[in-house]
Design a protein around this ligand. Structure first.
Ligand code: ADP
Ligand code: ADP
Length: 234
């Protein structure tokens, strides 16, 4: 079963008089363990696509399936449950809680889902070690560099063991060296642990080591360097 499947998905925004068609009929599949870059200029639909894959927004027409389940028609609770079970998020602006330490930030998703504190702490420490921050677990976000904050956010996204991490422009607020290191970290986690990743960027220089590159062009997929078989044969 594909992790994510979009079938003829469109997304239309209307603010005032003028509608914007942000996605114009997208067919798109992500298989388990894939690493996918979505690239294209600002306004081409990358964020909209990420939001639909993450069930943060609904399509205007078409179908979104997550882990084989049709998302349309699910109740809000069922959708949250499907999301929490399958997907972790990383954002452009890190979105860490400023008054909490790195460790407490990473523990948070587990505590919200009711895990015992000791277990949450152990798993969070393990994730922070995997992103190279074992020496910074007690620091608040403001004490960390942008690259370190994004590593905390990646550890937080991974702590519930999601099948897929969605990172919308995760490197937009980082310098080019840190940006490259964040992509390398995600690639390493993908190959070691099999977590699927989809990340968006407008920066073509970050695509060098990524095999599957999906190019967005004004609301359509302009090219896909490695479409999975199930998408090719449709
Ligand atoms: P990208 O991430 O590639 O910059 P977006 O998905 O953010 O592209 O935007 C695609 C198009 O949809 C743009 O024209 C943008 O202005 C428009 N858009 C995105 N989100 C909204 C929204 N919430 N309301 C209205 N228009 C939006
Ligand atoms: P990105 O940097 O990922 O392309 P943007 O800065 O374009 O994101 O948009 C940030 C947020 O604002 C997103 O949630 C997007 O859906 C929303 N947005 C984008 N364009 C518009 C718009 N024209 N009107 C309202 N909201 C928008």
């Amino acid at each position: 079963v594909p992790l994510v499947e979009l079938r003829r998905v469109t997304k239309r925004y209307q603010i005032g008089e003028k509608p914007v068609i942000a996605l114009k009929g997208i067919d798109f599949v992500i298989q388990p363990r894939e690493f996918v870059a979505i690239w294209g200029p600002s306004g081409s639909g990358k964020s909209t696509l990420c939001n639909l894959i993450g069930m943060l927004d609904s399509p205007t027409t078409g179908n979104v399936l997550i882990d084989g389940e049709e998302v349309n028609g699910l109740t809000d609770n069922a959708r949250s449950e499907l999301r929490n079970r399958n997907i972790g998020f990383v954002f452009q602006s890190f979105n860490l809680v400023p008054v909490l330490s790195a460790l407490e930030n990473v523990m948070l998703p587990l505590q919200i889902s009711g895990a015992p504190v000791a277990e949450a702490r152990e798993r969070a420490l393990q994730r922070l070690a995997e992103v190279g921050l074992e020496e910074h677990v007690a620091h608040r976000p403001a004490k960390l560099s942008g690259g370190q904050q994004q590593r905390v956010a990646i550890a937080r996204a991974l702590v519930t063991d999601p099948a897929l991490v969605i990172a919308d422009e995760p490197t937009a607020n980082l310098d080019s060296g840190n940006a490259r290191r964040i992509i390398e970290l995600m690639l390493k986690i993908n190959s070691r642990q099999g977590t699927a990743f989809v990340f968006s960027t407008h920066d073509q220089r970050l695509l060098e080591s990524v095999k599957r590159r999906v190019q967005m062009e004004d609301g359509v997929i302009g090219s896909d360097s490695m479409p999975p078989r199930s998408a090719q044969t449709r």
